[in-house]
Design a binder for this molecule. Structure first.
Ligand code: ADP
Ligand code: MG
Length: 625
C-alpha cells in the first residue's frame, strides 16, 4: 500500500506539533472531542431535518477508552463519519491552510504563534502520540476506511471493517520523556480532569470506563475494583448555565475550545434575554487583532444555534461591520432549524437579536473605557481603526453609536483621550475642538501651526491614522463644538495684531503677490501669518481638503488627484522676513531663490514630497557659498 505524503504546509505544521515545546499538550483531547462533537452535530442536524434518517437521542455519544498495557487511548464517536475522499482531504491537509502560507522559517521556529493562527485541530494528536489510527464509516456508505500515520512520513488509507457509522481514533501514546510524563495520558483521573477542564459543556455524553473500588457483595470490609461506564461531562452548554456558577476561567476555556481566538479575551458578556425574542449569547471582546483582520479575507460573524444545534458557523448578520471584531455565539429558540441563509437575512427575530447585541456591545465597550482604562487602551490599539472607519462609512449613519468610543492622542495629556474628556476640559473662550495631522505624534508636536493654539493653552488632538480626518469630517461636531484643523484658515483665536503701518502694509502686499507669481499655481495665496511664533513659514489650507487628505488620496490606487488649496504663510516677526524684504528691494534673483527655499521648507515641515529635491539642495548650496 502506497504511503501518501502530507501537503507541504501540513507537513511543516505537523513537524512543529511533534517537536513543539508547546506547554499545553493536554489540549489534544479537547481538539479530538470537539471534532467528535462537530461530527455528531452534523448527523444530528441531518436527522432533525431529514425524515429518512432515524436516530434516537441515546445514539449520540463520545466514548473514551484507555488500554494502559498497549499504551492506547481511543476516542470513539457516533458522528457522521468520513468517506475515503474526506479522510484524504480532511486529514491530509490542514483545513484552514488555504489562505495562509508560512512567511519564513523563523516563524516556524518560534512556532507558538503559528499554532495560534491555524487552530490546532486533529494534528495536535501528534503532540502526545507517535502513531494515530482513524477508522471511520460515513453516513450512507457501506465501506469503512482506515487512515494510519506515524507522523511526518505520511499516511496510508485502506478499506476495513466497521459496523456502525462514526469514527474511532486511536492514539498510541508516546513513551515518557525527560520533559513530559506521557504515561499521564493513560490515567483515568488525568483524562477525566482534562475533559472536565475543556469539554465539560459538550452537548453529548462523553463516556468512559472508570474503575471504582466497591464493597464486595456480602462483605463489610472487602473491596473490589469494578469497571463502570460513567458520563464524565455535565453536558449543559455554558450559555445555558447560570452566570453565578461560572468563573472567568470557564469563559476563557470556552473561548479557546471554540477557537474564537488564541489570545485571552479582554472581556466577555453573557446575555440571556427572555422578551419579545428569546436568546442566549456569549460575546467576547478579543485583545489581539487577528492576523488578517484588516484584509478582505477576514470574515465577521457569530456562531448561530437554534435551540442548541449549530446552524451557522459565522452568521454575519448578527454584527455590524464596525463591531466585526466581536466573537462568540447566539442560541435562540425562536429561529427555525432549517432556515436558509437568504431567509435568515430577512428574519425579523434575527434582526431584533442583532439590534440588541449591538447595544450590549456598545455599553460593554463604554464600561470598559470607564472602569478598565488599560484594557480599553489595549482594545483600542487593536480595533480603534475599525471604529473610526465605522463613523466614516455609510455616510455617518452610525456616528452616534461610535463617537463616544473613539479616542485621540492629546497634546496636553500625552495619551489617548475621549472627545467627551476633551470638550469637558475646554475653557470658556475656546470655540473649536482643535486637531493636527501628521505621521507621528512627535512630528505633529513640532508643527509650527500648533504654536498659536498651544500658546493659548488650548488642547490639540493629534491624528496619525489615515481615517482620522475623514471620520472627523463626517462627525462635523461633537457636543455642538466644531472640529478645526490647526492648519485651517480661521482658527477663531484672537492673535496679537501684526504691527504694520499703511506704507509697510502696501509694500508687504506687493512682496506677497510677487512671491505668489514666483510660485505660480503651487499655492493659492501668500500671506502674513497670524499663527506663527518661532518658525518663518508654514502651509495652511482653505476649503474642504486638507493637506493630510491630499496625501492620503495621492496614495490611493485610483488617485482622484484632488489637491488641497494651499496658502503659504509668512512670519513677519521672523528675521528671515527682513532678509527677504532686502532681496525684494535689491536683488530679484535672490528673492526668487529665497521664495523657493521657503516654500520647500514649508513642504518639508508638512511631510510633503519636494517636487524637485535636487534643485532645492542646489539652492541651499548657493546661499551657503
Ligand atoms: P477543524 O475542526 O478546525 O476543521 P481539524 O484539524 O480539527 O480542523 O479537523 C479537520 C477536519 O477533519 C474536520 O473539519 C472534519 O471535517 C474532519 N474530522 C476530524 N475529526 C472528525 C471526526 N471525529 N468525525 C468526522 N470528521 C472529522
Ligand atoms: Mg477541529
Amino acid at each position: 500500500m502506497a504511503i501518501k505524503q502530507f501537503e507541504a504546509e501540513s507537513k511543516r505544521l505537523l513537524e512543529l506539533m511533534i517537536n513543539s515545546i508547546y506547554s499545553h499538550r493536554e489540549i489534544f483531547l479537547r481538539e479530538l472531542i470537539s471534532n467528535a462533537s462537530d461530527a455528531i452535530d452534523k448527523i444530528y442536524y441531518k436527522a432533525l431535518t431529514d425524515d429518512t434518517i432515524e436516530f434516537k437521542k441515546d445514539d449520540y455519544y463520545i466514548k473514551l477508552t484507555i488500554d494502559k498495557e498497549n499504551r492506547l487511548l481511543t476516542i470513539t464517536d457516533t458522528g457522521i463519519g468520513m468517506t475515503e475522499e474526506e479522510l484524504q482531504n480532511n486529514l491530509g491537509v490542514i483545513a484552514k491552510s488555504g489562505t495562509f502560507s508560512f512567511k519564513n522559517e523563523n516563524e516556524i521556529k518560534d512556532g507558538y504563534d503559528i499554532i495560534g493562527q491555524f487552530g490546532v485541530g486533529f494534528y495536535s494528536s501528534f503532540m502526545v502520540a507517535d502513531e494515530v489510527t482513524v477508522i471511520t464509516k460515513a453516513l450512507g456508505s457501506e465501506q469503512a476506511y482506515k487512515w494510519h500515520s506515524h507522523g511526518i512520513d505520511g499516511y496510508t488509507i485502506e478499506g476495513c471493517e466497521k459496523v456502525d457509522v462514526g469514527t474511532e481514533i486511536t492514539l498510541k501514546i508516546k513513551e515518557n520523556s525527560e520533559e513530559e510524563e506521557f504515561d499521564d495520558y493513560l490515567e483515568e483521573y488525568r483524562i477525566k480532569s482534562i475533559v472536565k477542564k475543556y469539554s465539560d459543556f459538550i452537548r453529548y455524553p462523553i463516556k468512559m470506563e472508570v474503575t471504582e473500588s466497591k464493597l464486595k457483595e456480602g462483605s463489610e470490609d472487602e473491596y473490589e475494583k469494578v469497571q463502570e461506564e460513567q458520563t464524565v461531562n455535565s453536558m449543559v452548554p455554558i450559555w445555558r448555565k447560570n452566570k453565578s456558577e461560572l468563573t472567568d476561567e470557564d469563559y476563557e476555556n470556552f473561548y479557546s475550545e471554540k477557537h474564537y481566538g488564541f489570545d485571552k479575551p479582554l472581556k466577555h458578556v453573557h446575555i440571556s434575554v427572555d422578551g419579545a425574542v428569546r436568546y442566549q449569547s456569549i460575546l467576547y471582546i478579543p485583545k489581539e487583532t487577528p492576523y488578517n483582520y484588516y484584509t478582505k479575507e477576514f470574515e465577521k460573524g457569530l456562531e448561530l444555534y437554534s435551540n442548541g444545534v449549530l446552524i451557522m458557523e459565522k452568521c454575519p448578520d448578527l454584527l455590524p461591520d464596525y463591531f466585526s471584531f466581536v466573537k462568540g455565539m447566539v442560541d435562540s429558540e425562536d429561529l427555525s432549524l432549517n432556515i436558509s441563509r437568504e431567509i435568515l437575512q430577512h428574519d425579523r427575530q434575527l434582526k431584533l437579536i442583532a439590534k440588541n447585541i449591538k447595544k450590549k456591545i456598545k455599553s460593554q465597550l463604554l464600561s470598559l473605557q470607564k472602569d478598565e482604562r488599560d484594557s480599553y487602551l489595549d482594545f483600542f490599539e487593536s480595533f480603534g481603526r475599525q471604529l473610526k472607519y465605522g463613523i466614516y462609512s455609510d455616510f455617518g449613519a452610525n456616528k452616534d453609536d461610535l463617537q463616544d468610543l473613539i479616542m485621540f492622542y492629546s497634546s496636553k495629556e500625552k495619551e489617548l483621550v475621549t472627545l467627551d474628556e476633551y470638550v469637558s476640559r475646554m475653557p470658556e473662550e475656546q470655540k473649536y475642538i482643535y486637531f493636527a495631522s501628521g505621521e507621528t505624534y512627535e512630528r505633529i508636536d513640532k508643527l509650527p501651526q500648533t504654536e498659536l493654539v498651544k500658546d493659548k493653552g488650548f488642547e490639540i488632538l493629534y491624528f496619525i491614522d489615515d481615517v482620522d480626518e475623514f471620520a472627523i469630517n463626517v462627525l462635523g461636531r461633537y457636543k455642538e463644538k466644531e472640529f478645526k484643523s490647526v492648519s485651517s484658515g480661521d482658527l477663531g483665536i484672537e492673535a496679537d495684531e501684526i504691527v504694520e503701518d499703511e506704507e509697510e502694509k502696501d509694500q508687504n502686499e506687493e512682496l506677497f503677490s510677487e512671491m505668489k507669481s514666483v510660485l505660480s499655481t503651487k499655492v493659492k495665496e501668500v500671506k502674513a501669518s497670524k499663527r506663527l511664533k518661532s518658525h518663518p513659514v508654514c502651509l495652511s489650507t482653505e476649503g474642504q481638503i486638507s493637506i493630510e487628505m491630499e496625501k492620503i488620496m495621492q496614495s490611493m490606487p485610483d488617485n482622484p488627484n484632488m489637491k488641497a488649496d494651499k496658502v503659504l504663510e509668512i512670519n513677519l516677526n521672523h528675521k528671515v522676513f527682513g532678509a527677504l524684504k532686502d532681496t525684494f528691494k535689491n536683488d530679484k534673483q535672490k528673492f526668487e531663490l529665497y521664495t523657493n527655499i521657503l516654500y520647500n521648507q514649508a513642504l518639508l515641515i508638512e511631510g510633503l514630497p519636494l517636487e524637485d529635491p535636487v534643485s532645492f539642495t542646489n539652492n541651499i548650496c548657493e546661499i551657503m557659498e
